[in-house]
Ligand binder design. Structure first.
Ligand code: HAX
Length: 441
C-alpha cells in the first residue's frame, strides 16, 4: 500500500471507531436549532455536515487543518527556488492532517505524474464540442467522460465490500486530480489557441506543469499558479461546490460523478463564475469610462450605476465571511511583491477602497468586503491569460483537492446517503400557529 494511503487508512479507521462510540454516548445531543429565516434563507449557518479538511471562521477566514493561508505560505514545502506553497503539500495536509516532508511532497508529485494519462476518448469528446462551448461546460463533460475509468464503479459492480469504499475512492480521486491539469489545459488550447496543444513537462510539479501546458511563460506565473491552486482548494463543506460534491457522493456515485456535480455548482455566477464576472465588469467599467486608470470618484459612480440596474457587484460579499477574504489578501500581497505597478491590479486595489463603503451604505449587505474572486482576474490578465471565460476552470482544478480529499473521508467514515427534510409553506405555517397557540395557553 502506498504511504499516503496507509496513513489515511490508519487515521480514518481510528476516527471511525472514535465517532461510533461518541455517537453512541452523545447521539441525541443538540448542536443547533433552525429558524424559519434559515429554512427560507439557503440554510445559512445550519450545522448539518461533517467536513474534516478545512474550517471557515467569519472573521479569520479559512483554515486548512488549523493553518491559515499566511501560515501555509510559510509551512508548506516549496518548489526548488520558489517562494509559494506546492498544492501537493496542501492535499497531503488536508487528507491526513499532517504537514508533509519535502520527500513526501515529491512522492505525491511523482504519483500524480504517473497517474496523469487521459483516455483518448476524452480528447475526442472535447474535440466534438463547439469551440464557443463555455470552458466550464467542457470541464464537466470531460470529467464525466473519464468516468469510464472509475475504479469505484468497477469494483462496486463486482461486489466490493463496503469497508473498501474509501480505498476505491482514494484511487479515483488521485487519478482524477492527476489528470485535471492536462484536460483543463487541453480545453484552454482548443478554445483559444486553435488546438495548438503543449505536451506535459514531467520535470515540473503539478501546478507548474499546468502553467506550462496553458502556454503562459515565466517563473512568476508558475509561482502564481502554485499559490492560486493552493488558496482555492477548500472552503469548508457548506459552500455550493463542496456541498454538491458531498451530496452526489453520498449516493455512492463515484468521484468522477461527484466532482462533476461540484463543478456544475461552481459554474454559477454567485459562486466560482464570479471570477470571470469580476474582470468582465472591470473591463466594461474601463470601456464605459474611457480610461484604464479611473479615479475613485469614477469607480464609485460606476458601482452605483451597477447597483441601480439591479445587479450585484461581483467579487464582493460572502455568505459566511464578515471581513476581507484572506484569499483576496494573499493575492494582494503576491501582487504587491511581483506586480506592484500592474495597471488593472491598481484598479482592483482602488475598487477595494471604494466598494465596501458603498455596499455598507445599502444597509442590507452583510459582508461588504471583497472575496477570493475580486483579485485573481487582474493577475491572470497581467500574465497574459486574458480569456476570462476560462477562469472558473482554474478554480475548479484547485477545488478538486479539497472536495476529493473530503470525499475520501466521507467514504472512510461511512457517512450515509444525505437526505434532509423538506417542508411545504403550509406545514411551516401550521408549526408556527401551533407554537403560538401553545404559548398563549
Ligand atoms: N452587490 C450587491 N448586492 C449584494 C452583494 C453585492 N456584492 N452581496 C450581497 N448583496 C445583497 C444580496 O443580493 C441581498 O439582496 P436582496 O435582499 O435584495 O436579495 C442582500 O445584499 C443580502 O445578501 P447577504 O446576506 O449579504 O449575502 P448572501 O449570503 O445572500 O449572498 C453572495 C452571498 C456571495 C451570493 C453575495 O454577496 C453576492 O451575490 N456577491 C456577488 C457575487 C460573488 O462575488 N460571488 C462569489 C462569492 C464567493 C465565492 O463563492 N466564490 O466562488
Amino acid at each position: 500500500m502506498d504511504p499516503l494511503k496507509q496513513k489515511f487508512q490508519e487515521k480514518s479507521e481510528a476516527l471511525k471507531i472514535e465517532i461510533k462510540s461518541f455517537l453512541k454516548e452523545h447521539g441525541n445531543q443538540k448542536v443547533d436549532e433552525v429558524t424559519l429565516k434559515q429554512v427560507f434563507g439557503g440554510m445559512r449557518g445550519v450545522k448539518s455536515m461533517v467536513w474534516e479538511t478545512s474550517q471557515l471562521d467569519p472573521i479569520d477566514g479559512i483554515r486548512f487543518r488549523g493553518q491559515s493561508i499566511p501560515e501555509l505560505r510559510e509551512l508548506l514545502p516549496k518548489a526548488e527556488g520558489g517562494k509559494e506553497p506546492l498544492p501537493e503539500g496542501l492535499f497531503w495536509l488536508m487528507l491526513v492532517g499532517e504537514l508533509p516532508t519535502e520527500a513526501e511532497t515529491k512522492w505525491l508529485c511523482d504519483q500524480w505524474k504517473n497517474r496523469s494519462a487521459v483516455p483518448d476518448h476524452t480528447f475526442k469528446v472535447l474535440d466534438a464540442l463547439p469551440k464557443d462551448c463555455h470552458p466550464m461546460t467542457q470541464l464537466c463533460i470531460a470529467v464525466t467522460s473519464m468516468q469510464t475509468d472509475s475504479i469505484f464503479s468497477r469494483r462496486y459492480s463486482e461486489g466490493m465490500n463496503k469497508n473498501e469504499y474509501w480505498d476505491a475512492t482514494y484511487e479515483d480521486s488521485m487519478n482524477l486530480i492527476a489528470r485535471l491539469p492536462r484536460i483543463s489545459a487541453y480545453i484552454y488550447r482548443r478554445t483559444y489557441h486553435n488546438g495548438d496543444h503543449i505536451a506535459p513537462d514531467f520535470t515540473l510539479d503539478w501546478g507548474a506543469n499546468f502553467a506550462h501546458m496553458l502556454g503562459i511563460k515565466g517563473e512568476d506565473f508558475k509561482s502564481f499558479m502554485r499559490l492560486y491552486l493552493t488558496i482555492h482548494a477548500d472552503h469548508e463543506g457548506g459552500n455550493a461546490s463542496a456541498h454538491a460534491t458531498h451530496l452526489v457522493g453520498s449516493t455512492l456515485s463515484d468521484a468522477y460523478h461527484s466532482f462533476t456535480g461540484g463543478m456544475h455548482a461552481l459554474a454559477g455566477p454567485l459562486h466560482g463564475l464570479a471570477n470571470q464576472e469580476v474582470i468582465k465588469w472591470i473591463f466594461k467599467m474601463l470601456d464605459s469610462l474611457g480610461t484604464r486608470s479611473p479615479s475613485k470618484a469614477q469607480i464609485a459612480e460606476y458601482v452605483n450605476g451597477t447597483l441601480a440596474n439591479g445587479q450585484v457587484i461581483p467579487g464582493y460579499g460572502h455568505a459566511v465571511l464578515r471581513q476581507p477574504d484572506p484569499r483576496f489578501i494573499a493575492q494582494k500581497r503576491f501582487s504587491e511583491e511581483y506586480i506592484p505597478d500592474g495597471e488593472i491590479i491598481k484598479v482592483v486595489w482602488n475598487c477595494f477602497e471604494v466598494i465596501p463603503e458603498i455596499l455598507k451604505g445599502l444597509g442590507k449587505v452583510k459582508n461588504p468586503w471583497p472575496n477570493v474572486d475580486a483579485h485573481s482576474g487582474a493577475i491572470l490578465v497581467h500574465y497574459g491569460l486574458k480569456e476570462y471565460s476560462y477562469y472558473t476552470v482554474l478554480f475548479g482544478v484547485s477545488r478538486a483537492l479539497g472536495v476529493l480529499s473530503s470525499l475520501c473521508w466521507s467514504r472512510a467514515l461511512g457517512f450515509p446517503l444525505e437526505r434532509p427534510k423538506s417542508v411545504t409553506y403550509s406545514m411551516i405555517k401550521k408549526i408556527v400557529e401551533e407554537d403560538i397557540s401553545v404559548k398563549s395557553q
